[in-house]
Write a protein that binds this ligand. Structure first.
Ligand SMILES: Cc1ncc(COP(=O)(O)O)c(C=O)c1O
Length: 400
């Protein structure tokens, strides 16, 4: 089941795509004076850079590609350690392995994002990058993480794949660290089925990431045929049809942020007004905008299990998508020394928090995340109240 962007696909996207079809030119590169070449990807990159508040954006074919190119942009390679939370989609971790780096898993805290204290403890001489993941649109504690990074001469890659448009202390996520990335798959704030963005203010990171996404060439292939290209890249480019569709979606980003904010506030208030005792909600590093989920935390795991069952959903530790404990491919992964660095229950704080928590949908309805119950950005006030009533009725006898 999809995320917010999917719910409001309409004429804006259609118009943009039809323009490209009529022009008949589908590659991101073309003759600028050819009227058939509509320059959608180039325009999109400028639009996204301005919306996020950075100098540069590269549009790519997935969030995973964005992560790999950003890591190469930061110079991550064999032997480099990257700190990444154990509660994230596996792509945050697999992208590090794909470029030869070593993911070092950190705990999360009650914000369901990277615990800065644990991240600091896990820094070694080999650490090069900290990768906070703004999971479910929840912003990480960027002030603390930035301070830790600067004090230890490390760089920050914000995995904002689930947080396009969300904010932290008035700044858009993806504009705070050295580089940010976004995904445009079907579960995300904006979607084109597949796609991704890299955002940065840093010219060197931009040029390296650009080169990695297009065979080592310099931005926009400015030199023709022969150039001093020193980085070997691959092909992760976005095509014009996807770029056009996304220009239509970009027009709706502010509207989606407003809807997420308003609907979540109403949903949370309606549940709070029910006076359920002994529950907590996610610790919010910044109330900001763009949270895709409402999370409830119970005092113990058995209560969370009973609560989840009563709503027909699963607890976060039972969720297949985001929990390192359930990533079989990671638990069986052998590094170049033949060692298995990741094992079940290696993050006790994360395990405890996830075992006591359930997700309710606001922007993304996905049983695999445990958010198979809740509201959507299109829910009316009556629907929001009725869902909250169902929750209150189900949870009160269990927790009070
Ligand atoms: C946190 C996170 N990082 C990276 C990715 C990878 O994005 P994509 O599926 O576009 O490759 C995802 C996608 O679900 C994600 O949620």
């Amino acid at each position: 089941m999809p995320g917010p962007g999917f719910f409001i696909i309409g004429d804006e996207e259609k118009r943009e795509v039809v323009e490209v079809l009529e022009g008949g030119y589908l590659s991101r590169y073309g003759q600028l004076d050819n009227p058939g070449f509509k320059k959608k990807v180039i325009t999109l990159e400028k639009t996204v850079a301005s919306a996020i508040g950075v100098n540069y954006c590269i549009a790519v074919n997935s969030g995973t590609s964005a992560l790999m190119a950003a890591l190469v942009g930061l110079g991550v390679g064999p032997g480099d350690e990257v700190l990444v939370p154990g509660y994230t989609f596996i792509a945050s971790i697999s992208a590090i392995i794909a470029v030869g780096g070593k993911p070092v898993l950190t705990e999360i805290d009650n914000s369901y994002t990277m615990d800065p204290n644990d991240a600091e403890r896990k820094i070694t001489k080999k650490t090069k990058v900290i990768m906070p993941v703004h999971l479910l649109g929840y912003p990480c504690d960027m002030e603390k993480l930035m301070a830790i990074a600067r004090n230890n001469n490390l760089m920050i890659l914000e995995d904002g794949c689930q947080a396009m448009g969300s904010t932290y202390k008035g700044k858009k996520l993806g504009s705070i660290g050295d580089v940010g990335v976004f995904s445009l798959n079907i579960f995300k704030t904006l979607t084109s089925g597949e796609g991704g963005f890299i955002t940065t203010d840093n010219k060197t990171i931009y040029e390296r990431a650009y080169g990695f996404h297009d065979q080592g060439f310099s931005p926009l292939r400015k030199e023709k045929g022969i150039g001093n290209w020193s980085l070997v890249g691959i092909n992760l480019k976005m095509n014009e049809l996807t770029g056009a569709f996304l220009l239509g979606q970009m027009k709706k980003l502010d509207q989606i942020m407003d809807l997420l904010k308003v609907k979540k506030q109403k949903f949370k208030k309606a549940i709070k007004d029910g006076g359920i005792k002994n529950i907590d909600f996610e610790k919010v590093n910044d109330p900001g905008e763009g949270h895709m989920i409402l999370t409830i935390r119970f005092k113990n795991a058995s209560t969370a299990l009973r609560a989840a069952e009563s709503l027909g959903i699963i607890t976060l530790s039972q969720s297949g998508w985001h929990v390192y404990n359930n990533m079989h491919q990671l638990l069986t992964y052998e590094d170049s020394d033949g060692k298995r660095p990741y094992r079940k229950n290696m993050l006790p704080q994360t395990d405890d928090i996830l075992s006591r928590s359930i997700n309710l949908s606001v922007g993304v309805i996905n049983p695999g995340l445990g958010s198979g119950f809740g509201i959507s950005i299109l829910s009316s006030d009556e629907e929001i109240q009725s869902k909250a009533d169902e929750i209150i009725k189900a949870l009160k006898p269990i927790v009070d």
